[in-house]
Design a protein around this ligand. Structure first.
Ligand code: AHR
Length: 648
């Protein structure tokens, strides 16, 4: 019904004759700047179970038994009236010095039809897909009284359905790795399932690491969820900013993103507490971030740890900071060094001989919180060391023009500064028309490394956010879109921008922040209206900025042109509850093709998408007729429209 209405409004709009409406002028006679080709990208960090329980496809929660020091969180005993078992953490029998715990399973009573063992419910359910092959990998050892078999299966929560089952034998007192494939038949997909390990005779076994992966993007073994990767690729991102955000800083120096601990075999990764209140497995480590960029054909924007952590610890510039400078230089070498360098060779050993692409390194994150005022000195030390070894790299200061003068970097000129804007919809509507006018066009260039509009009366970090839906509604997408139009109008200076946070696992226990762009549970995912607005902007972009003017209307917008094809993209945002007719005047174009197209996202401001209603608010494409240098177009209430017009 909504799609019909949007389509009707667009058709009526096209039929209207050119009349005295407010004018929206696009001056195509002379571009006013070059659009940054890297304007639209992605920002990511471990928050809201973005990786563990999100993009990183591992299905077992607490696979290394390290989530809690005393209890095997997320693991429960499986038995019936005729079987019995106990489980306990056992740090005296650990696989290595990284996986410092194991799970001891003691089955005291069991028989063929009465097995006993242990189950894991994954990250809010184990997703069962139809006709799918799951990779199982288990590190196990046993007492001399037991060598197998061990049965692994995916079973419905109520135990009535076994979706897939296999077993293995040959356990000894030594740790061994067992790898199996579990195949499901034709089933209705569900996440109401568990992963179960059972014995059908008494015995004691230890498990050091239990991993289960569904089919992944490009079938990579330590890979990513396919549905989420598809959604990201569909945004046409040009870069990925990682690993944070707060995640790069950690709460303390010890819990920073310590990249060396995140590479190599996953059984050698201890993981670490992340600043968002849960433990990260580090399964998605530095190499996986880089491969993620490669998979999306984007380039990394690498944030390095620079001696400030969230709970206030800072390292003084000078000798104390030097080890961290070296750590960052080695990290960069791991990314771009050739195989003859120490860390390039290590990357090759880890499976990726070819260096990755890298142009930007961000020095920390939100260092304006460092009230010791050490950032200027810390920035200088990192900047100088990076420039000395890698003069081609551009450095980004994490403190931008929006911060008080005394917190900014003065002793060096950063190539780029990172600005963050979490603002209410009304604030974005107010500030966007004049946005960036005050900034010096000669630089530094601007990276809007985090931003999002919130439709609530309180900001994202307010406790009340927890009670709101995890993803924003259409009203928020209106705020996002006026700001995106402003950034696009200024993209000679605003070189890159990315919405944040990108991901949220919608289960209440998984969330720390809203609004978020993409929501998911164990088995399905959806885009918020903000996701679709971003997609409309990122996928319809020319390379020349055209001047726009709309003095008589509350409609905000921008225009760009593809210099090769001559196609003009006019983006219009109507924040009003009523339709807005505009006289659109395109100056400086000889002839426009009469038929263009409009992509429209519109509805009621409170309309939104969710797991149950993933496509409630989605863009609709319609034809626009009678396009000429002056034509009337009517925007629907609360509407975001991208007009694609062709010049001859
Ligand atoms: O995006 C959520 C958080 O907001 C980021 O981790 C941090 O950089 C900012 O304060």
């Amino acid at each position: 019904m909504k799609k019909l209405l949007v389509s009707l409004i667009c058709t009526v709009a096209a039929a209207l004759s050119y009349a005295a409406n407010p004018t929206f002028t696009v001056d195509a006679s002379q571009p006013v700047g070059k659009v940054s080709p890297s304007l639209y990208g992605l920002m990511t960090e471990e928050i809201n179970h973005s990786y563990d329980g999100g993009l990183y496809a591992e299905l077992i929660q607490n696979r290394a038994f390290l989530d809690n020091a005393t209890k095997p969180f997320h693991w429960t005993v499986v038995s019936d009236n005729d079987s019995a078992a106990t489980i306990a953490l056992d740090s005296a029998n650990s696989f290595n010095d990284k996986l410092t715990n194991s799970l001891r399973l003691t089955v005291t009573k069991a028989a063929k039809n009465h097995p006993a063992g242990v189950a894991n419910s994954g990250y809010w359910g184990i997703p069962v897909q139809s006709k799918a092959a799951y990779r199982v990998s288990i590190l196990a050892r046993a007492d001399s009284n037991f060598s197998g078999p061990v049965t692994v299966s995916i079973v419905s929560d109520d135990g009535s359905k076994v979706y897939a089952k296999e077993n293995f034998s040959g356990l000894t007192a030594e740790w061994k790795k067992f790898e199996l494939t579990l195949k499901t038949g034709r089933v209705a997909p569900t996440a109401e399932a568990r992963f179960v390990i059972t014995l059908d005779q008494p015995g004691t076994a230890w498990f050091g690491f239990v991993s289960l992966f569904p089919p992944t993007w490009n079938d990579q073994p330590n890979g990513f969820r396919k549905d989420l990767m598809r959604m990201l690729v569909d945004l046409n991102p040009k870069f990925l900013r990682f690993p944070g955000g707060n995640y790069v800083e950690g709460d303390t120096v010890e819990t920073r993103f310590d990249w060396k601990k995140t590479i190599g075999p996953i059984e050698d990764r201890h993981g670490h507490p992340c600043p968002w209140g849960y433990r990260s497995t580090d399964g998605l480590g530095l190499l996986e971030f880089l491969e993620w960029c490669e998979d999306m054909k984007t380039e990394p924007v690498l944030a390095v740890y620079t001696g400030y952590s969230l709970k206030g610890a800072h390292i003084n510039p000078g000798p104390d900071l030097e080890p961290f400078v070296q750590e960052a230089l080695e990290e960069i070498e791991y990314v771009i060094g050739d195989v003859n360098t120490k860390w390039g060779a290590r990357r090759a050993k880890d499976g990726h001989p070819a260096p990755f692409r890298l142009n930007y390194v961000e020095i920390g994150n939100e260092d304006w919180f460092d009230k010791s005022l050490s950032y200027d000195g810390r920035f200088a030390q990192f900047h100088d060391a990076i420039k000395a070894r890698y003069p081609q790299l551009k450095t980004i200061s994490s403190v931008g023009n929006e911060q008080p003068e005394r917190l900014r970097v003065h002793s060096r000129k950063a190539d780029m500064i990172d600005e963050h804007y979490y603002r209410s919809v009304d604030e974005f509507i107010r500030m966007s028309p004049g946005y960036a006018k005050k900034y010096d066009r000669s630089g530094p260039e601007i990276f809007v490394g985090e931003w999002a509009a919130y439709e609530t009366t309180f900001p994202p970090w307010d406790a009340r956010s927890k009670k709101e839906p995890p993803t924003p509604n259409l009203k928020a997408a209106i705020g996002d879109s006026v700001f995106m139009a402003a950034m696009e109008r200024n993209s000679d200076l605003i070189k890159m921008q990315c919405y944040a946070p990108l991901f949220v696992n919608v289960n209440p226990g998984a969330r720390q922040w809203r609004p978020d762009m993409i929501g998911y549970d164990a088995i399905s995912a959806y885009g918020s209206p903000s996701y679709y607005a971003f997609q409309m902007f990122s996928r319809n972009l020319g390379d020349e900025i055209l001047a726009v003017a709309s003095p008589e209307t509350t409609v905000q917008g921008c225009a760009t042109r593809d210099s090769k094809t001559g196609q003009i993209f006019v983006k219009l945002v109507n924040p009003q509850p009523t339709a807005q007719s505009l006289d659109i005047e395109i100056k400086g174009v000889a002839t426009l093709v009469a038929k263009g197209s409009a992509t429209t996202l519109a509805g009621n401001p409170e309309d939104t998408n969710s797991i149950d209603h993933p496509k409630n608010v989605v863009p609709v494409v319609t034809a626009v007729r009678n396009v000429k240098s002056g034509f009337t177009y009517t925007l629907p209430p609360y509407g975001i429209v991208v007009l694609k017009l062709s010049a001859r």
